[in-house]
Design a protein around this ligand. Structure first.
Ligand SMILES: [Zn+2]
Length: 79
């Protein structure tokens, strides 16, 4: 499990649609990767906000930080 895989699987993870072994690998990765943990936390927060059927715009700094992190992760993973 690497950062790119985490990003790819993130919505499945949050939706609870991952196979158990994959979820365990992902959770192990999160234990030692602060950036992916942050991305998961922020994404989960976003999903919860939308699932609550009260669409709330994320604060601009949170959104841009999340976006920057995702983009950096994908760029790094593609090297
Ligand atoms: Zn990571």
């Amino acid at each position: 499990m690497n950062c790119k895989r985490v990003i790819v699987e993130i919505s499945n993870y949050i939706d609870g649609e991952l196979e158990v072994p994959v979820r365990q690998e992902l959770e192990q990765h999160l234990e030692h990767c602060e950036e992916c943990k942050m991305v998961v936390d922020q994404t989960r927060l976003t999903v919860e906000i939308f699932c609550d059927s009260k669409p709330v715009e994320l604060p601009g700094d949170v959104k841009s930080r999340l976006h920057d992190t995702l983009r950096r992760k994908l760029t790094e993973a593609g090297k």
